[in-house]
Design a protein around this ligand. Structure first.
Ligand code: ADP
Ligand code: MG
Length: 229
């Protein structure tokens, strides 16, 4: 399962989602191996984890300390058009590509190779404004809407604006909007500073619940894909 995590905007939770969704899939046993590739030249994902030196098989994939089954492939500034890395040890691995904001030829190619394009959005009107452009770009590539999923992040149900944006997305996009929101949580914002996933940093937090629910929703999509294949 190859998932491209992409939004036109920065600071919407792409990297936070990549790391904590990967950790949730492994902890719930929905994946045995997850490789996260950091395609952002700013290397935020790389900065969020502690890696051990590679052993043998793939020099590109470094084990993440304290998270069995989780691997990181660092951004390669020398290869700006790099796409999904190979992960030879496990054909059933999940591979996430965490990207920088903004469209690029590398992202276009990755979108064509991906099983799913996951688009995190903050529930405000600026967050919504890039959605139409992203859809158009995917359609230009011949990548159907059925592979695109929206995920609301930093969500607060008590804010009327957030509820309204969610309703609009649901009305316009139906099942393309994932049936889970990542709630706003100071614990999620703290964890990267400790080099930890949310599960290691605050095991009883809403951030854990939300990423577990997200992992289950995406595993359903994955099973569907495998049955159809
Ligand atoms: N659900 C959330 N609640 C609170 N803070 C969050 C949440 N998701 C992300 N953040 C914080 O927002 C900032 C941007 O998140 P990040 O994942 O780096 O976004 P992106 O990769 O899209 O640029 C980070 O400081 C992160 O810790
Ligand atoms: Mg990022």
């Amino acid at each position: 399962m190859r998932i491209l995590i992409h939004t036109q905007k920065g600071g919407v939770g792409k990297t936070t989602t990549t790391l904590n969704l990967a950790a949730a899939l492994l902890r719930q046993g929905q994946a045995r191996h997850v490789l996260m590739a950091d395609l952002d030249p700013q290397q935020h994902l790389t900065a969020m984890v502690v890696t051990d030196p590679a052993q043998g098989e793939s020099a590109q994939a470094l084990p993440v300390r304290g998270e069995p089954g989780l691997f990181l492939a660092k951004a390669r500034p020398d290869a700006p058009d790099a796409g999904f890395p190979d992960f030879p040890s496990d054909p059933d691995a999940w591979v996430f590509l965490d990207t920088a904001p903004g469209w690029s030829p590398a992202i276009a190619r990755a979108a064509q190779e991906a099983d799913l394009v996951l688009c995190p959005l903050e529930p405000d009107f600026l967050g919504l404004s890039g959605v139409g452009r992203l859809l158009q770009r995917l359609e230009d590539l011949g990548t159907g809407r059925d592979r695109l999923r929206f995920l609301l992040t930093r969500y607060s149900a008590r804010l009327a604006l957030h509820r309204e944006v969610r309703q609009r997305l649901q009305a316009q996009f139906g099942d393309m909007l994932l049936p889970v929101e990542i709630r706003n949580s100071v614990r999620l914002a703290e964890a990267p500073g400790m080099g930890m996933t949310i599960f290691a940093h605050a095991p009883a937090s809403t951030g854990c619940d939300d990423h577990r629910t997200l992992a289950s929703a995406l595993s359903g999509t994955h099973r569907h894909k495998r049955t159809a294949a």
